[in-house]
Each structure stands twice: as structure tokens, then as C-alpha cells.
Design a protein around this ligand. Sequence first.
Ligand code: 9MR
Length: 557
Amino acid sequence: GVPDYGSPVRVNQLGYLTKGPKRATYVTAATTELDWRLLDSGNKVVATGKSKPYGVDAMSQDAVQLIDFGNFRGTGTGFRLAVGNDISEPFDIGDQVYAGLRQDALAYFYNNRSGIPIEATYVGPQYARAAGHLGIAPNQGDTNVPCFPGTCDYSLDVRGGWYDAGDHGKYVVNGALAAWQLLDLYEASQGADGTLRIPEAGNGDPDVLDEARWELDFILRMQVPAGQALAGMVHHKIHDEKWTGLPLAPAADPQPRYLYPPSTAATLNLAAVGARCARVYARWDRAFATRCLAAAEKAWNAARQHPALYAPAGGEGGGAYDDTKVTDEFSWAAAELFAATGRASYKKFVTTSLKAADGFSWQETGGLADLALARVPWRLPVVEQWKLRQRIAAVADVYLADLRSQGYATPYKPADGKYVWGSNSGVANNAMILAIAAGLTGRAAYRTAALESLDYLLGRNAVGLSYVTGYGERSSHNQHHRFWAHSLNPSLPSPYPGSLAGGPNSGLQDPVAQRNLQGCAPAKCYIDEIGSYSTNEVAVNWNSALAWITAYADFQG
Ligand code: 9MR
């Protein structure tokens, strides 16, 4: 049958900032301008205007018109936008629209912690669960995890960290990226103690740093100990021997778990995030900062000695996170180590810069070198500061043009016309780059575009869905997750509010997508079913992107 995309009037179903952009997209075959009405919660018309014909949006194949109600200055809840008889989902307008999501996007991480009970005090009774993977039967990890047979002969205590996604694996490369993004979020928009509902609230350190530390402690445990052949290198990942079925609570996972061989990429991820850790925690916990830097430098030196240990594709029981190009990881790690220490010996290894076509992801980290330098401009000569700003602005210009030129405004527009696995993180990460460019240059258009990117994630898109659970009248709520598996077992909860779905993926890389989405336009290759892991999974490195950009938006309100 024809999928239900809800109202043809597509809006940000959470809401719009009083002093932010306010645009919507209307799906219609009409080619002449149309009258729109903004209705308040009492159905009173509070603004009117004319839509702008657009034509067919390439990524969705939808014929659309654009609506701009940015001149409206009122605030409130329950607004709706109408064209003829078509009426949008309701939304708010105010300065605080992102305050709740900002926190819930971060609550994702506590909910997905390994090695600690998730307590009702913080998340409510529905979401509480026993600690996973503390070596208590039937769990076989993670306190004494052996290497995959035949790869080495020791075991490590690698408890803690966050589960990657819908599965119970823990992977260094994207885990490090997610932790890095929370540390960067802290630097960009600060954040105080006592703002999150986590056990560490009230300990004196900002909560977002406490949350990031849960992962950092795990990543540090993944480093090969002194005395071993590959000392200082970092195990790529730890996960189950075989893929487990759904649903399955972490504490009920009976599979053997293994450490998979160290990789240059994982090692450099520790070097990068460890260096950032050292810089950010210096004023909060000097001992931890010192530990982070020591581990980061050890990792850097080990990676220099073993520059081509690549994680292989394929395998059983966990994601591959394979990568055979690590020049970008070397460069990012060097930039973070330079940012932390100021040493020229690191700076000379910074060889990459931000590129619009790449943005950044767990696999492509070259652009992060520029984002690292952007946090420590005083370490650069004035001419280099200027060049750095120019480079980031040039990328922001591309994303701005991409956003302005699409029917559903988004800074994500892949050149090959194909949406990738986790495309929603591409949207959020590009929005982050726009926001950083706005800060560096003071150009308002970048800020506007960064904020408008959130409209796409929250409902102004080709499927008329907010991709964030619990935010919006129509929102994703069947994401692929072994514990938040309500659609498979009604006694289990739905995803925690604030969980971002991976989003449209042209690749149709799972059976549910293959059965339901044949021939889909890129921006419509999405299905809110728990079995569709290639379009509808959650992941730490996607929610970190959401957390960053919602913190920014909240700050702008
Ligand atoms: O985010 C990853 C994406 O970039 C890859 O294309 C995909 C296939 O290798 O894997 C994604 O990561 C998944 C990981 O392999 C296993 N845990 C869930 C992750 C999110 O779907």
C-alpha cells in the first residue's frame, strides 16, 4: 500500500524558536502560489501569506512549495499551518522549545550504559534495567574478556562504556567519536552540574563530562597493556561471538564475548579523544586529564609504529567498522594532540582539512582536524587562524547552498544522490559545522541554516515523521534496539524519548527495508519498523550529533 506520510504540510513538529527561521514545505501538484494560514491553538488565524512554488525535490521526488512564516513574532503552543483543507501537525513557538530535547538527547547515553544498573530514579520504572555485562551469569563479559581465538593470549577488563546501538557491541571508533562530540558540546555550549538525571549529578563536575567519562574510561581499558607485543595499540572492538536475537536485555545476553584485534584506526581514535579529554578535564580533574594524555601519547607512538593495522570487513556477531584509510585518523589525532600540548612535533602531522563532500563520520575523520584547531585558535599564527576560518566558512557555504536549494531544507545533499546508512547523523553533523562556522565568522546565515536543519530531523521531511522518539505528533518509535523493543514484547519500553533514528538509507541493507522500500527515492528509504536496522537503528554517534545541535539550538533560544 501507499505509506502514510501524514499531513502534506510538513513542519518541525517540535517547534520553532521565537528568534529563529520558520519555514515549512507543502507537498502539492499545484504550480502556482497558494494561500497559507497560521492557526493558533484556538484555531484563530494569526498570520497569512503566500507559498512559493518550488518544483520537484530531487531527493524525495516530491512536488513541493515552500512556506516562510518567519515574520510571525508570537509565541505559544499548539500552532498549526494550513493550506486549503490541509493542516499540519501541531507545533510550538518559543525560546525554550529545545530545552527538553537537549536533555533527552543526552539521556540516551545513560540509558545505554553498560556495566551499571539503569535506575528508575533517573529514567522512570519502565526504563529501569539490571546492569549488563559485569560477568554475572548468563553474561560472559565484560570483566575478563579474552581475545578472539588465535589473535592473542590475554584477557582484559573492559567493563563500562555505552552499548553501540541496538546491539550490545562496544566499538572504539564510533564510541570515541561520540565521546568527542560530547566533549566538544561541553566546550561549545558549556553545561553545568545537576542538569542531567544521572548518578553523578551533584558531584561538582558538569554532567555532560561525567557522561562522556563513562565512555572514556571504557576506551582507556581497551588499550593493550605494557609487556604485550602491541602495547599501546587499542583493540578495535568487543562484542558477542554471534549476533543475538531481539528482544534481549543486556543482562540476559548469554554469548561469549571477545576482544577483536587492535587497529591503527582505534588507536588513533584513543589518541584524539584522549588528547581532547586532557584539555577539557584539566580544570575539573587533573589526575584524569593526565591519565588521558599519557594514554593518548602512548597510543600515538604505537600507531606510528604500526601504521597499517586495518580492521577487516565482515565477521560475525558485531559491526565491522572497517576502514583501510587512516591518514585522516592520523591527522585528527595529531591536531588534537597539538591542541592539547602545543607541540610542533604533532602539528606537522596535521595533513587534512574540512571538506564539504566528506563532512565527518566515524570513518572519515579528516575534517575533525580543523574542528580541533578551531577550539584553540590562539595556538596558531594569525595568518593560519584566518585560513582556518576561511576553510570552515567555505564548507559552510556549500551546506548553506545545499539547504537553500532543496525542497526539504537540509544541509545534507550527497553528490551521488544516495543517502547513506545513518544519513540523519550526516544532517546533524553538517548542521554542527554550520553552527561552528557561525561562531567563527559571525555570519547569521550559518546560524539560521544550522537551526533550520533541525526542522528536517523533526518532521519537515519526505516521510512527515520526526525521527526523534517522543518529539512530534508523528515520531519514530520502533527503532532497532534489543531492550527498547516494545513492538516485539509489550512489557518492554519503546525507545527513550530523544532517540534519533538512523534515517533514510538508499542501500536497503536489511530484509525489512528490502521488502518494503524497493524503488524508494533516497529521502524516503526509511521505515519505522524494529527489524529495519539499516534505516531505523539508533547509535551513540548519531545521538551525540543530535545532542550537540540541540544544545546549540537551546543556547540560541
Ligand atoms: O554506522 C555504521 C554505518 O556507517 C555502516 O555503513 C554500517 C554497516 O557496516 O554499520 C553502522 O554501524 C552499525 C554497526 O555496524 C553495528 N551496530 C549498529 C550500528 C548502527 O547501525
